[in-house]
Design a protein around this ligand. Structure first.
Ligand code: A3P
Length: 305
């Protein structure tokens, strides 16, 4: 691993100074606000996390519906449609708070944006049920831009969507290259037939939540009535989750300290096809010619509207 040497700094800021500087650590871009030693230590802690047989892992590139799916799985595991007061960040592998994951009562719904190789070592051996959710890359780019542009934190992005897109298309964002991330997980599925893994699409969950919730319930081995699936779909609708996020959830960081005034937070719009309000004809061609082409041969077909 590149590990403990002084890393090369990759300055990905554009001519307006918008963007970030990173170093690469085990193939992943890391913010220069951290150090290789810190990353190594955090990775080690995640990899050594003691897994429990009834854990479920939600894996996703940021903005693919991680919160939404986490709430659904949490309700399915609880067997009701009540909101769990805890927010998903405490069960998020790789974030500072995850060290308290050991204190979480079973059944735990873990979640992560990490690549497979940085997740707990026993994931496959313990056959941890893993749900991987994807979203069309155009909406991912818009959602990620709005997230990074809406926060007050030091790693926010102050430029325009077009400026952001230049970086996103080249994978020069903290969450890395979207296509690589998805392909990595598809490879995991292929290489690890013993890992119980379900792949979902944000757009399908949006179109037919009840059917997808039933699929998730079957996958995690939870007997569930059609009525409960409907209740969970309703409780986890965009509108309901958005208000539960402020009214019910006990966040580890006060969202007000994180988001610029008037910005929507994680629950921004929750639509399929919002990209049409952001992407120019020329940018759309780049998506179709470059990004779609990179998915060729994977069997993945995204829905864009
Ligand atoms: P938008 O920014 O397009 O609104 P993540 O949880 O992975 O960060 O993903 C956040 C995205 O999922 C946001 O997309 C958010 O609005 C959307 N989302 C969250 N809950 C949703 C729901 N119940 N229905 C549809 N979209 C939802």
């Amino acid at each position: 691993m590149e590990g403990q040497r002084t890393p090369e700094i990759l300055d990905y800021r554009n001519k307006n100074g918008h963007g970030w500087s990173f170093f690469k650590h085990d193939g992943i871009l890391r913010s220069i606000n951290t150090t290789p030693e810190d990353v190594t230590e955090m990775t080690r802690k995640v990899q050594k996390l003691e897994l429990r047989d009834d854990d479920v892992l939600v894996a996703a590139y940021p903005k693919c519906g991680t919160h939404w799916l986490w709430e659904i799985v949490t309700m399915l595991k609880a067997g009701n449609s009540e909101y769990n007061k805890k927010a998903k960040e405490i069960a998020m592998l790789g974030m500072p708070k995850f060290e308290r994951a050991d204190e979480l009562p079973s059944p735990r719904v873990l979640n992560s944006h990490l690549n497979f190789r940085h997740l707990p070592e026993k994931l496959v051996e313990k056959k941890i049920r893993t749900i991987f959710i994807m979203r069309n890359p155009k909406d991912v780019s818009v959602s990620l831009f709005n997230h990074l542009n809406g926060i007050k934190l030091s790693f926010r992005f102050d430029g325009t969507y077009s400026e952001f897109l230049d970086l996103f298309l080249e994978g020069k964002v903290a969450s890395g290259d979207y296509v690589d991330y998805v392909k990595d997980w598809l490879q995991v599925k292929q290489d690890n037939p013993d890992l119980p893994m379900l792949t979902l699409f944000y757009e399908n969950l949006k179109k037919d939540p009840v059917k997808n919730i039933k699929t998730v319930a079957d996958f995690i081995g939870v007997p569930v009535s059609d009525e409960l699936c409907e209740q969970i779909a309703e409780a986890c609708s965009f509108k309901k989750l958005k208000s539960a996020d402020t009214e019910v959830k006990e966040h580890t960081t006060n969202p007000l300290s994180m988001w610029k005034e008037g910005r929507q937070g994680v629950y921004r719009k929750g639509e399929v096809g919002d990209w049409k309000n952001w992407i120019t004809v020329a940018q759309n061609e780049i998506f179709d010619n470059v990004i779609e082409r990179r998915f060729e041969g994977t069997g993945i077909v995204f829905t864009y509207e």
